[in-house]
Write a protein of this length. Structure first.
Length: 126
Protein backbone atom coordinates (compact mmCIF):
# COMPACT_ATOMS: atom_id res chain seq x y z
CA UNK A 1 0.00 0.00 0.00
CA UNK A 2 1.19 3.53 -0.72
CA UNK A 3 0.82 6.00 2.11
CA UNK A 4 1.66 9.56 1.14
CA UNK A 5 2.75 11.77 4.00
CA UNK A 6 1.45 15.29 3.60
CA UNK A 7 2.67 17.89 6.08
CA UNK A 8 0.78 21.07 5.39
CA UNK A 9 0.90 24.68 6.30
CA UNK A 10 -2.36 26.37 7.18
CA UNK A 11 -2.88 27.28 3.52
CA UNK A 12 -5.47 24.93 1.95
CA UNK A 13 -4.09 25.75 -1.52
CA UNK A 14 -0.73 24.29 -0.44
CA UNK A 15 -2.50 21.11 0.70
CA UNK A 16 -4.27 20.86 -2.66
CA UNK A 17 -0.99 21.32 -4.54
CA UNK A 18 0.79 18.67 -2.46
CA UNK A 19 -2.04 16.16 -2.91
CA UNK A 20 -2.15 16.84 -6.65
CA UNK A 21 1.63 16.37 -6.97
CA UNK A 22 1.54 13.12 -5.01
CA UNK A 23 -1.41 11.74 -6.97
CA UNK A 24 0.27 12.64 -10.26
CA UNK A 25 3.51 10.98 -9.12
CA UNK A 26 1.68 7.87 -7.86
CA UNK A 27 -0.27 7.62 -11.11
CA UNK A 28 2.88 7.93 -13.22
CA UNK A 29 4.67 5.25 -11.16
CA UNK A 30 1.64 2.93 -10.80
CA UNK A 31 1.58 3.21 -7.02
CA UNK A 32 -1.85 2.32 -5.70
CA UNK A 33 -3.98 2.14 -3.70
CA UNK A 34 -3.30 5.50 -2.06
CA UNK A 35 -4.15 6.39 1.53
CA UNK A 36 -3.40 9.98 2.53
CA UNK A 37 -2.17 10.73 6.02
CA UNK A 38 -2.13 14.43 6.86
CA UNK A 39 0.25 15.71 9.50
CA UNK A 40 -0.86 19.15 10.63
CA UNK A 41 1.51 19.40 13.60
CA UNK A 42 4.26 21.97 13.14
CA UNK A 43 7.41 20.76 11.40
CA UNK A 44 9.31 22.28 14.33
CA UNK A 45 8.12 19.40 16.50
CA UNK A 46 10.25 16.28 16.55
CA UNK A 47 9.15 13.87 13.85
CA UNK A 48 8.61 11.08 16.39
CA UNK A 49 5.96 13.21 18.10
CA UNK A 50 4.05 13.91 14.88
CA UNK A 51 1.70 11.71 12.88
CA UNK A 52 4.56 10.80 10.56
CA UNK A 53 6.36 9.29 13.55
CA UNK A 54 3.48 6.89 14.17
CA UNK A 55 3.29 6.13 10.44
CA UNK A 56 6.98 5.29 10.10
CA UNK A 57 7.44 3.56 13.48
CA UNK A 58 4.17 1.64 13.81
CA UNK A 59 1.69 1.75 10.93
CA UNK A 60 3.77 1.22 7.80
CA UNK A 61 4.99 -2.31 7.13
CA UNK A 62 8.05 -3.59 5.28
CA UNK A 63 7.67 -3.08 1.51
CA UNK A 64 5.04 -0.33 1.98
CA UNK A 65 5.65 2.84 0.02
CA UNK A 66 5.52 6.22 1.77
CA UNK A 67 5.39 9.18 -0.59
CA UNK A 68 6.36 12.67 0.50
CA UNK A 69 5.63 15.64 -1.74
CA UNK A 70 9.15 17.02 -1.23
CA UNK A 71 12.06 16.77 1.21
CA UNK A 72 11.22 20.10 2.86
CA UNK A 73 7.79 18.75 3.83
CA UNK A 74 9.29 15.84 5.79
CA UNK A 75 10.89 17.89 8.57
CA UNK A 76 12.58 21.22 9.13
CA UNK A 77 16.07 19.95 9.91
CA UNK A 78 18.49 17.79 7.99
CA UNK A 79 19.03 15.66 11.09
CA UNK A 80 15.32 14.87 11.41
CA UNK A 81 15.03 14.01 7.70
CA UNK A 82 18.03 11.67 8.01
CA UNK A 83 16.53 10.06 11.12
CA UNK A 84 13.26 9.48 9.27
CA UNK A 85 15.03 7.93 6.29
CA UNK A 86 17.16 5.75 8.58
CA UNK A 87 13.99 4.52 10.30
CA UNK A 88 12.50 3.63 6.90
CA UNK A 89 15.64 1.77 5.82
CA UNK A 90 15.75 -0.14 9.11
CA UNK A 91 12.06 -1.15 8.81
CA UNK A 92 12.17 -1.90 5.06
CA UNK A 93 9.77 0.91 4.12
CA UNK A 94 10.21 2.32 0.62
CA UNK A 95 10.30 6.12 0.41
CA UNK A 96 9.47 8.19 -2.66
CA UNK A 97 9.93 11.95 -2.70
CA UNK A 98 7.75 13.13 -5.56
CA UNK A 99 9.05 16.59 -6.42
CA UNK A 100 12.71 15.56 -6.37
CA UNK A 101 12.04 12.16 -7.98
CA UNK A 102 14.01 10.41 -5.25
CA UNK A 103 13.40 6.75 -4.39
CA UNK A 104 14.78 4.88 -1.40
CA UNK A 105 13.89 1.21 -1.81
CA UNK A 106 15.71 -2.12 -1.77
CA UNK A 107 17.68 -1.47 -4.98
CA UNK A 108 21.49 -1.51 -4.91
CA UNK A 109 21.64 2.26 -5.53
CA UNK A 110 19.31 2.84 -2.59
CA UNK A 111 21.35 0.54 -0.36
CA UNK A 112 24.46 2.60 -1.10
CA UNK A 113 22.50 5.79 -0.45
CA UNK A 114 21.22 4.32 2.82
CA UNK A 115 24.77 3.50 3.94
CA UNK A 116 25.78 7.08 3.18
CA UNK A 117 22.75 8.37 5.11
CA UNK A 118 23.63 6.22 8.11
CA UNK A 119 27.24 7.39 7.98
CA UNK A 120 26.17 11.02 7.72
CA UNK A 121 23.70 10.58 10.57
CA UNK A 122 26.44 9.14 12.79
CA UNK A 123 28.66 12.12 11.98
CA UNK A 124 25.89 14.53 12.95
CA UNK A 125 25.45 12.84 16.33
CA UNK A 126 29.13 13.33 17.26
Amino acid sequence: MSEPGVRVSSDRQDLHNQRHGILEYANTHALSPIQFIEDTVSGREKWLERGVGQLLNQTAQAKDVVIFSEVSRMARSTLQVLEMLECCVRRGINVHIAKQGMVLDDSMQSRITALCLQFHLQLLWF
